[in-house]
Structure formats: structure tokens, C-alpha cells
Design a protein. Sequence first.
Length: 228
Amino acid sequence: MPEVNEGAGGRRTTAVPAAKPKATSRVRMSAAQRREQLIAIGRQLFAERGFDATSIEEVAARAKVSKPVVYEHFGGKEGLYAVVVDREVRALLDRITTALTGGHPRELLEQAAMALLGYIEEETSGFRVLVRESPLISPTGNFSSVMNDVAHQVEHILGAEFKSRGYDPKLAELYSQALVGMVALTGTWWLEVRKPRKETVAAHLVNLAWNGLSHLEAKPTLITARRR
């Protein structure tokens, strides 16, 4: 009921009670939405700190939920980490596989290099998760496994080229591992420095790789071995 007060000059004034603040309705996430939120938070934390330094407590705190909610979705930190890594492995492999549209072998090298550098540039957190090794993940679920899959694709390309040029096609696997390893290691370096721009990095990688492949010796030997 409004309160009546005696004001100055004997006038009566009515005080209107202050309106109660409206309670803010909290939007409840669906189970699928909550899961995606937890995966995104886990991805960021694993990228920043690695597996060992990340805790379920912090994941829950950032998501503003209780720890049991995280356990309900993933069973624990290991389960969350496995989901994050699996997604990144598939995302990177899909990106590289899609980029390999064919054409001249040199173009394929350019496509692979640009795909990897593009992933590093656009999905930095995901790449950081992949390059942080964890004993919990098998060799088939990390950055090395992605690079091995790419190397197998390059191996088929090199094998056909080697055969047409009279080189031993059995060595295609060795050369594919060397090429992909060079690009991958350069990518982890570029992750931190970000200079020069990715197109320039890719051009120099391909320059080294392609010009090296163009002048292969059929039966190379070590210089030190020749001196003996």
C-alpha cells in the first residue's frame, strides 16, 4: 500500500514503493549445447596449459557448472581430452585432404603446405592441443598420426613420379616422410613466430622440396663415404 507522508507546508505526498528488480531468467542449455560448451572450454585450456596442468575443476568453473556435470558428459579429464584431440585430428586431416585437388606434383606440395599453415593460423588453439604430446593418447590419435596419413597420400604421388623417372619407387615412403616432416616441423616453428606470412613460408618450403626432388641422384652416396 502506498505510504502517505507529511511534506513541507503541510502538503501530503504519496511515496510510491520502488519497483522490485526483475529476476533475470537463466537460459538453460540442452545437453548437446552443454557438451559443445565444455569441449570448447577444454580445447582452450588444453591449448594454454596442456593435459597435466588442466583440471576438471577449472573446466567446470569456466562453464559455471558443477564438476559432476563434466563427469556426466565425458567421464573425466581423459574423456574430454580424447574428444578434443579426435576432433582436431579429423579437422586437420579433412582440411589437408580437401586441399589436395590434384594437378602438377609441385601444386600438390603447395596445397599441402598452405593447408597446414592455414590450419595453424585459423585454428591455433586446436593445433597447440595436437602438438602437445600426452601419454594418454595412442599413436593413432595425435599430430604425428595426421602427418603419417598425409605422408601416405604423398607417398602414392611420389611413387608414380619415381617410377616414371626411373627411380626406385620403394623409396617413395622415405621421401614422403621427409617432405611431410619438413613441412610439419616448419609449421610448429611458424606457430610461434608468425613471420613471414604463410604464403611466403609455403613458397620457400616448396622451393626447397621441389628443387631438391627435381635434382635427385638415382643412387646418392655420402661424401664422407666416398673419401674412404
